[in-house]
Design a protein. Structure first.
Length: 318
C-alpha cells in the first residue's frame, strides 16, 4: 500500500535526481524580497559554481564539504543584510579532536573563498554538533573600507549553523532573524539558504505573529526543491497567498574568487629568512609556493629567487 509519505519521499527523490544535473539561472545569485503586508523582508541564495570553486582541488570529507558550503551561504546572507563595503570573515576553530578550523572570507561583491583543516581520523559523516565541542569558538570579523573593524562571537549552543546565526542576530544585533541553510555539496555541489528578518515596526506584537506565520510557511521548504528550482518558483510556492515584492534589479552574483597572485607570494617570500631561502634554492634549484585556498602553485626560478633573497636581506637589515 502506498502512503502519502511514500509519495512525498518519491517526489523528493525525483527532484533531487533532477537537481544533480540541473542548474537554474538563479543559482549563484542572491534575490531580495519584501512582504508588503508585514514588516519583514528576506533573501534567498542558491549556489553551485561558487561551491565547486570552493571545494575544487581539495579532498575534503563530506562533513567539511557541507560545513564550508553552509558557511558560504551564511556569509552571503549576512553580507546582503549588513550593507557595507569591505571584507567579512566567518571562522570556527577548535572542536573535536580531529577538526581544527574552517574559515570563509567574502566581500560586498560576494566574492568568496574558504578552507578548512582537519586530520585523517575525522569521521566524514560528522554532524555540525559532532564537529564542535564546548571549547569551539565561532567568530565573525567585519573589516569595512571605511570605519572601525568589528569582531563578534557567535554562540554555538544551537544544533546547526543556521540556529547559531539566528541567535547571533537576535541577541547581538538585536534583530529577529530566521535562517534556513541546505547543503548537498558532496553529491550535487549545491547549497542554498533563505533568510527572513524583521524590519523596524510600530506594532511589535503584530510583527511577532507575522514573523511566526512566515516562518511556518518557510519551514515547508525542502532541500530537494530549493536545490533544483529557480528562486522565484521557490518563493511562489512558499508565499503565493502573501503579497510579496521581489527585487530582481538588485539581484547580486555570488562567486568563488581567490585573491592570490604571484606578486603576493613573492612579497611573502621576501619576509622569510634569506639563509633558509638560499638553502631551498641550493637543494631544489627553485622555490614553489601553493595557495591553500585555490591550490594554485607559483614557481620562482633560480634568478627570481636570487632577487627575492636580495630583498629578504634588505628587510632583515631594516
Amino acid at each position: 500500500m502506498t502512503t502519502s509519505q511514500d509519495k512525498i519521499d518519491e517526489y523528493s527523490r525525483s527532484i533531487m535526481e533532477v537537481s544533480q544535473n540541473n542548474k537554474p539561472e538563479s543559482f549563484d545569485k542572491i534575490l531580495s524580497f519584501e512582504f508588503n503586508d508585514y514588516d519583514l523582508h528576506g533573501d534567498i541564495v542558491q549556489t553551485h559554481e561558487s561551491v565547486k570553486g570552493l571545494l575544487e582541488g581539495h579532498s575534503y570529507p563530506k562533513c567539511i564539504q557541507n560545513l564550508l558550503a553552509e558557511m558560504q551561504i551564511a556569509v552571503c546572507l549576512m553580507t546582503s543584510k549588513l550593507k557595507f563595503e569591505g571584507e567579512i570573515m566567518l571562522q570556527v576553530r577548535g572542536g573535536s579532536t580531529h577538526f581544527k578550523y574552517a574559515v570563509l572570507n567574502s566581500n560586498e561583491k560576494n566574492e568568496t573563498r574558504g578552507l578548512a583543516a582537519y586530520d585523517s581520523k575525522i569521521d566524514p559523516n560528522s554532524s555540525f554538533n559532532e564537529l564542535l565541542t564546548k571549547d569551539s569558538i565561532m567568530t565573525i570579523d567585519i573589516m569595512p573600507k571605511e570605519g572601525n573593524p568589528y569582531k563578534g562571537i557567535i554562540d554555538l549552543s544551537g544544533s546547526s549553523l543556521s540556529e547559531c546565526l539566528e541567535t547571533y542576530f537576535t541577541q547581538s544585533v538585536q534583530v529577529p532573524t530566521k535562517i534556513w541553510i541546505y547543503s548537498d555539496a558532496p553529491n550535487s555541489q549545491k547549497a542554498a539558504g533563505i533568510l527572513i528578518q524583521a524590519l523596524p515596526t510600530k506594532n511589535p506584537e503584530k510583527q511577532k505573529e507575522d514573523f511566526e506565520h512566515v516562518s511556518v510557511l518557510t519551514d515547508t521548504t525542502t532541500m530537494a526543491e530549493i536545490l533544483s528550482l529557480p528562486n522565484k518558483d521557490i518563493l511562489y510556492r512558499l508565499y503565493n497567498q502573501e503579497s510579496v515584492t521581489l527585487y530582481p534589479d538588485k539581484e547580486a552574483d555570488v562567486k568563488f574568487k581567490c585573491n592570490c597572485s604571484r606578486e603576493h607570494y613573492r612579497e611573502m617570500l621576501t619576509h622569510l629568512n634569506p639563509d633558509e631561502l638560499a638553502s631551498i634554492l641550493q637543494q631544489d634549484g627553485h622555490i614553489t609556493t601553493e595557495c591553500h585556498y585555490c591550490r594554485k602553485t607559483y614557481r620562482f626560478a633560480h634568478d627570481d629567487v636570487i632577487e627575492i633573497i636580495k630583498d629578504a636581506k634588505k628587510h632583515q637589515n631594516g
